[in-house]
Design a binder for this molecule. Structure first.
Ligand code: ZN
Length: 482
């Protein structure tokens, strides 16, 4: 990657269900990072990829259940994700669809590259297969040899498929992980990834077409279809023109992958092995967020009835409060408990009582006392140093993708500002006009920094805040939640 270029991609959700709160978390985190980098590097130097994974037998099956064509089915669900992004103000640069025509050339290129190197070979293998599920099962999936869903013995099927010789790259991958322990955040998961890579074996990357009619055909073999993930993962390089524009491609590589815990093996193991097969550098950084749990630390599930609907939350709180809670407050790299009471507390204390309150105090007093603010040449040194230090800490944390820690720092700025204005008390009668002037001008500097740092999380609020500060216009920015 060109030093001034920044490329980040989320995982592509599989379009067999509607978006959930975990998608909101991943998209919001990626969007905050992308917005931050755009401010730092310039719009043209950031590329943010998002999209949908649209092939596979499950999707084919579901479309038949709904009685619509598979293309109609994937269009419908893909549009739901697009719409979801719009609602959460996710500003991606490209929305990638693996059923789109442009995707094929990238999949063919990586396939043919690996084939020519001898990394793809055909092999007969036998495995347990459940007719009801239309799926191969491993011993771990079965209970007493039976499919737990259908309560039936599995049959043994022998099938000839294509395999990818990922084990060839095991040593190279392990060496890379050894030398670059910081590639994965959180670091604590690096051993889990290493253990997975240590045990990695060649994997089947195709299926018989009759079993998986909805997919990309294997080049020169129309009886086989490329298996879903070998097809889907390729989007991460397809989106930056892997097969079509060498110059564009090279300036963005290698990129940053953001994903959840259930994707660690795919992103950190299999995808890296595919990159090695394609003779491309490994990813620059792997960012693994946690699960969003219900308020009690349990996984959300329909059967427990504890699923938080992102759509319902949006209706209630609007996009920016949820962006703030998920992206700036909840622990960036660990599991988070979605608690509405906590969301309200966080919005009230951080935004309404601190940020919003400080802004309105400064703007109102500047108006009332008729003093000049936003004169940044004249900020007191000691005050400026305090503000600049917090800013520096924040930027350091942002550059390490430590979002929740970074925005904790930003909150400290608001606390600093409110503490300072309380000490000086510029609203008191008989205050020296010069002292009022210095105090409010200092605070206008602090607020300008605060707004700038919060902007990637709550862009619309910050736009209003900036206008209010610059024009010294009264505004009630945040309504308190009860
Ligand atoms: Zn079954």
């Amino acid at each position: 990657m060109n030093k001034n270029k920044f490329y980040i991609t989320t995982t592509l959700p599989y379009v067999n269900a509607t978006p959930h709160i975990g998608h909101a978390l991943e998209f919001i985190q990626a969007d905050i990072i992308a917005r931050y980098k755009r401010k730092k590097l310039g719009k043209e130097n950031v590329f943010f990829n998002l999209g949908t994974d649209e092939h596979g037998s499950k999707i084919h099956q579901k479309s038949q259940e709904e009685g619509i064509s598979t293309q109609e089915f994937v269009d419908k669900y893909s549009n739901q994700f697009k719409d979801f992004c719009k609602k959460f103000d996710i500003e991606y640069d490209f929305f990638y669809r693996t059923s789109a025509d442009y995707h094929k050339k990238h999949v063919y290129k990586i396939w043919n590259h690996c084939l020519q190197k001898g990394d793809i070979y055909k092999k007969k293998y036998s495995a347990k297969y459940c007719v009801g599920c239309e799926e191969f099962k491993t011993e771990k999936d079965l209970i007493n040899g039976k499919c737990p869903i259908h309560q039936k013995e599995c049959i043994t099927i022998s099938e000839e498929n294509y395999f990818f010789a990922i084990s060839k790259y095991k040593e190279k991958m392990l060496e890379y992980l050894e030398k670059n322990p910081n590639i994965l955040s959180p670091k604590s998961k690096i051993n889990e990834l290493k253990n997975f890579v240590k045990d990695i074996q060649d994997i089947s990357i195709s299926r018989r077409k009759e079993k998986m009619p909805w997919g990309i055909e294997v080049p020169n073999d129309n009886e086989q279809v490329i298996y879903v993930w070998f097809d889907a993962l390729t989007n991460y390089i397809g989106t930056i023109d892997y097969a079509s524009d060498k110059n564009n491609f090279e300036q963005w590589r290698p990129g940053i992958q953001i994903f959840g815990p259930d994707n660690l093996r795919f992103q950190g193991g299999i995808w890296q092995g595919m990159l090695a097969g394609a003779d491309l550098d490994f990813s620059k950084k792997l960012l693994m967020h946690g699960y969003i749990l219900d308020g009690k630390g349990q996984k959300m599930s329909k059967s427990l009835g504890n699923v938080v609907s992102p759509f319902e939350q949006l209706e209630k709180y609007g996009s920016e409060y949820i962006r703030f809670y998920l992206g700036a407050y909840l622990n960036t790299f660990g599991d988070g408990n979605y608690q509405e009471e906590e969301l309200k507390d966080v919005i009230n204390s951080r935004l309404a009582d601190n940020f919003g309150n400080l802004l309105s105090r400064v703007v109102n007093l500047a108006n009332k006392k008729g003093v000049k603010i936003n004169d940044f040449e004249k900020i007191e040194n000691e005050f400026k140093n305090k503000v600049d230090n917090i800013k520096k800490n924040t930027l350091n944390l942002m550059d390490n993708f430590e979002l929740s820690s970074a925005f904790n720092e930003v909150h400290k700025l608001a606390i600093l500002g409110n503490g300072y204005i309380n000490d000086i008390a510029p609203w008191e009668k008989n205050k020296d006009q010069k002292q009022i002037q210095i105090c409010l001008n200092n605070l206008s500097y602090l607020l300008s920094i605060l707004i700038d740092l919060y902007e990637p999380v709550i862009p619309k609020f910050c736009y209003e805040a900036k206008k209010s500060l610059e024009n010294i216009e009264k505004i009630v920015l945040f309504k308190k939640l009860d």
